[in-house]
Design a protein around this ligand. Structure first.
Ligand SMILES: Nc1ncnc2c1ncn2[C@@H]1O[C@H](COP(=O)(O)OP(=O)(O)O)[C@@H](O)[C@H]1O
Ligand SMILES: Cc1ncc(COP(=O)(O)OP(=O)(O)O)c(N)n1
Length: 261
């Protein structure tokens, strides 16, 4: 069985973070493991509180995973402070981790910040260069590229800036642009658009976490980067189309939509 590790924060409402990642991995029939960087008290309306793990405890979790069950792919999500980022970068280098997908989570869909001020530089200099692909959404890409993004042409410009700075591939997700669900993969100066139908569903809590975990699961299964993204897009579109409606705010996805029909 193929194995995938998520390094991310816990979402008490089960829609994003570690919980979304493990549900996605289960749906892809890979064995999911988790290193928890922070606990969040949150629901579909917003984030009420964050409690970071200590860097030492993050290191201990990483040692336990890598010395026992080696992951075929790694997804990294919420990493809220610079010390935790340093530990993760050190350990991924030490254990020569492969197929690394970094979702540079900065702000929750609800508007709450998930990244400390001091973590931005550490994220850019230590973590992004380790990734096989980085998956920013539009607001995150604006921060990383330093430019405003309103159109697909802007997405192309921003992806090129981020890819050059981090020296890796960038999948810039288009979900925050009006009327778009088209994502752009930018690798070595080559652009590839992944086009998808935009689903009329306001319940998008955890879509970014789910997409990055689905890409990591597909990479672990041995698919190419392009095929992995194509498959992950199909998965997210199907989960949105299912139309699950839970909670009082932006609700979560139904990860079981392919299992019981
Ligand atoms: N309404 C929608 N219909 C179809 N796909 C969507 C929709 N909203 C977002 N997506 C897709 O979900 C994934 C994550 O989207 P995005 O909202 O851009 O990032 P994030 O969830 O990190 O904020 C992307 O593949 C995006 O294209
Ligand atoms: C613990 C945790 N990690 C990540 C997020 C971000 O999730 P969300 O706000 O739904 O945005 P995307 O997953 O769609 O990028 C979170 N809220 N909590």
């Amino acid at each position: 069985m193929k194995t995938v590790l998520t390094i991310a924060g816990s979402d008490s409402s089960g829609g994003a973070g570690i919980q979304a990642d493990l549900k996605t991995m289960m749906a892809h029939e890979v064995y999911g493991m988790s290193v928890i960087t922070a606990l969040t008290a949150q629901n579909t309306l917003g984030v009420a509180g964050i409690m970071d793990a200590t860097p030492e405890f993050v290191a201990q979790q990483l040692d336990c995973v890598f010395t026992d069950i080696r992951p075929d792919a790694v997804k990294i999500g919420m990493v809220s402070n610079a010390d935790i980022i340093r530990v993760i970068a050190e350990k991924l280098n030490e254990y020569k981790a492969v197929n690394i997908v970094v979702d540079p989570v900065m702000v929750a869909t609800s508007g709450s910040s998930l990244l400390n001020d001091d973590a931005g530089t550490a994220l850019k200099t230590l973590l992004l260069p380790l990734a096989d692909v980085i998956t920013p959404n539009v607001p995150e890409a604006e921060v990383l590229s330093g430019m405003a993004i309103h159109t697909k042409a802007h997405m192309l410009q921003a992806a090129a800036i981020i890819a050059q700075a981090a020296n890796t591939s960038v999948l810039l997700k288009g979900g925050h642009l009006e009327d778009s669900a088209d994502d752009l993969l930018y690798t070595d100066g080559v652009a590839h658009w992944f086009e998808a139908e935009r689903i009329a569903n306001p319940n998008t809590h955890g879509t970014g976490c789910t997409l990055s975990s689905a890409i990591a699961s597909n990479l672990a299964l041995g698919h190419s980067m392009e095929r992995s993204i194509q498959n992950a897009k199909a998965y997210i579109t199907g989960a949105l189309r299912d139309g699950l409606d839970l909670g009082k705010g932006k609700g979560p996805l139904n990860h079981a939509y392919r299992l019981w029909r």
